[in-house]
Design a protein around this ligand. Structure first.
Ligand SMILES: [Zn+2]
Length: 582
């Protein structure tokens, strides 16, 4: 194959590397300077001549454009000419032109629902104050709309500095973007290279010390990285053809859901042996306006009911005009267990250990597969609602993998005081969805077989806050009084078998050495006193007094630095115990 590389100099590092790779793969590489290409247009087929009109370029099998910003216009004309000649191009002129225009790029990314820094295009000095306010600055980043290699990118630390810089640029007739400064990026960014629908490689760039721009041309360094799933997905979404996405329809269970409608769907997840389908009820609220898609699931464990009521209250609270994007609600995921009053699917299979499922696997794996393909992969984010398992109760809290930026955003948005930082067991809905690029959190509250009013109210408020933070509604986000991100939690177990008198409640602070439960035998004699090995907050307890040796009695979130904070939000009860105010 003859590979044409459009580049001004064959000695440029990137050009040289591309040519070397082509040779190594057994191809011929030819570097063509776009400025030396002569374009001939006539009634017959379009032609390209190189260095004068003597040699016609006719034998290229593919063209890799490397068009420098300084010759964009001429370069793109050459690219278009090859396109018209039917020569395959790695990128044609439209994406190259779009990538050169930072404002246009942001518009396209925003329309596709991709997370971008807040950006304002300001055009006169009276707007500066408000523009800085919108992007949460100062500091704020100022960018020339058409700039590359980090030139024309300035960090303005104060409003006065921003004003000075902007006035200079405006006087030169340049358009400037005022952009949110992402401090936590710490001068790092990630570049992903997408070919077709695959991320082929990625690099992390790190700015040199004292520099916030990570461009290699500004002294930054680069290294190869393995991309986290959410990054991979963002890269694929950002590079997908915009038209295809704009027309993307939403289909669930074979049913088309139009914008601005609410649909009720019976999603077939399995079959009963009575030759009737196991239909899972799905309610989709698809707003007229574009925005993210969030799934909301409950009763994946058929006996955990608080979530069923949380979903009902959330979904009946909005119509299609009040939602931007799409809310997919599944109030009863495990319909079989819900009907038979159990956590499980038949055969005591825990549905929440079979995701993402398998169309050829056992009954639970197939059930999980149907839900994963029809609900999870159609979504951008997810919230899964649980209670403690049978015989236990939980303080309301969120569980989330705080190592992932998007999951962190959801977890904080939910607004609970307690977040347990963990990726969750493998093959849970949360774990599998997050791994597939659909950041998902779970909300835990209360116990099985009940609708607990206060637990439901907290769940509803949390989901509504998530919708607000994702820009899906105009509600306000919920801010907790304090926030503890729990890294370590421990189940305290009974050493002896017996009948337990539990002395603690969820929401109580327990100090190392304090009593948790007195275990007596049926003759009435105390055989053991369970004491806490650590200081922390009680986030779950057993509600069943019958304990075997090794049974979990109480779940404690370890508190260290945050202990004092939590104590200030507690009241002291008649037994002298410190308890969080509800
Ligand atoms: Zn559960």
């Amino acid at each position: 194959m003859v590979v044409g590389i459009l580049s001004r100099r064959r000695s440029l590092y990137t050009t040289r590397r591309l040519a070397e790779s082509a040779l190594r793969l057994g191809h011929e590489a030819r570097v063509l300077n776009p400025l030396h290409c002569v374009l001939v247009l006539s009634r017959r087929a379009p032609e390209v001549y190189y260095r004068g009109l003597e040699s016609r370029v006719s034998d290229l099998d593919v063209v890799l454009p490397r068009i420098g910003a300084s010759i964009t216009e001429h370069g793109l004309a050459v690219v278009n000419q090859f396109d018209m000649m039917g020569v395959p191009l790695v990128n044609n002129s439209q994406p190259i032109a779009r990538s050169r225009d930072k404002l246009r790029s942001l518009q396209l990314l925003a329309r596709a629902g991709i997370d971008i820094p807040k950006t304002v295009m300001a055009s006169d000095p009276t707007q500066i104050h408000r523009a800085l306010e919108i992007v949460g600055g100062p500091p704020a980043v100022l960018k020339v709309v058409k700039g590359t290699q980090g030139i024309g990118v300035i960090l303005a630390e104060t409003e006065q500095a921003a004003l000075t810089v902007l006035e200079t640029f405006w006087n030169l007739g340049m358009n400037i973007l005022v952009q949110e400064f992402i401090e936590e990026s710490e001068g790092r960014d990630v570049r992903a290279f997408v070919v077709g629908d695959r991320v082929v490689t990625a690099m992390r760039r790190q700015a040199s010390i004292g520099e916030f721009r990570s461009n290699v041309h500004r002294g930054g360094t680069g290294m190869v990285v393995e991309l986290e799933e959410s990054y991979r997905r963002a890269a694929l979404e950002a590079s997908a053809r915009p038209r295809a996405r704009a027309d993307m329809s939403l289909k669930i269970g074979g049913r088309e859901i139009r914008r601005g409608t609410v649909e009720q769907i019976h999603l077939k997840a399995s079959e009963y042996y009575t030759a009737t389908p196991v239909n899972v009820p799905v309610i989709v609220i698809r707003g007229a306006e574009r925005g993210p898609t969030l799934f909301l699931t409950a009763a994946i464990h058929g006996d955990e009911l608080n979530g069923v009521e949380i979903v009902r209250r959330v979904m009946t609270g909005y119509n299609a005009q009040q939602i931007r994007g799409t809310l997919i609600c599944v109030p009863v995921v495990n319909r079989v267990g819900f009907l038979t009053h159990t956590r499980y699917l038949p055969g005591r299979r825990d549905l929440n250990r079979y995701f993402p499922g398998d169309p050829l696997g056992n009954a639970a794996a197939r059930y999980a597969h149907a839900l994963f393909t029809e609900i999870v992969t159609r979504s951008r984010y997810g919230v899964d609602l649980h209670t403690a398992s049978l015989g236990r109760t939980n303080l309301p809290h969120v569980r989330a993998d705080m190592a992932s930026r998007d999951v962190r955003k959801l977890a904080r948005a939910f607004g609970t005081e307690i977040i347990i930082d963990s990726p969750g067991p493998p093959r849970t809905l949360r774990h599998a969805a997050t791994a597939a690029g659909v950041p998902t959190i779970i909300f835990e509250s209360g116990e099985t077989f009940r609708f607990q009013r206060n637990m439901v109210a907290r769940g509803v408020a949390g989901v509504r806050s998530v919708l607000a933070v994702l820009g899906m509604t105009t509600d306000h986000r919920k801010e907790p009084r304090f926030r503890v991100i729990v890294k370590v939690s421990e189940w305290v177990r009974s050493v002896k078998g017996g009948i337990a008198d539990i002395l603690v409640r969820p929401g109580e602070i327990i100090y190392a050495g304090e009593e948790i439960a007195s275990i007596t035998n049926p003759f009435g004699r105390e055989v053991s006193m369970v004491r806490s090995p650590l200081t922390g907050l009680i986030i779950g307890i057993t509600t069943m007094p019958m304990v075997n040796p090794g049974d979990a009695i109480c779940h404690i979130a370890k508190l260290e630095k945050t202990l004092a904070t939590v104590e200030t939000f507690c009241v002291t009860d008649s037994r002298g115990k410190k308890m969080l105010l509800a």
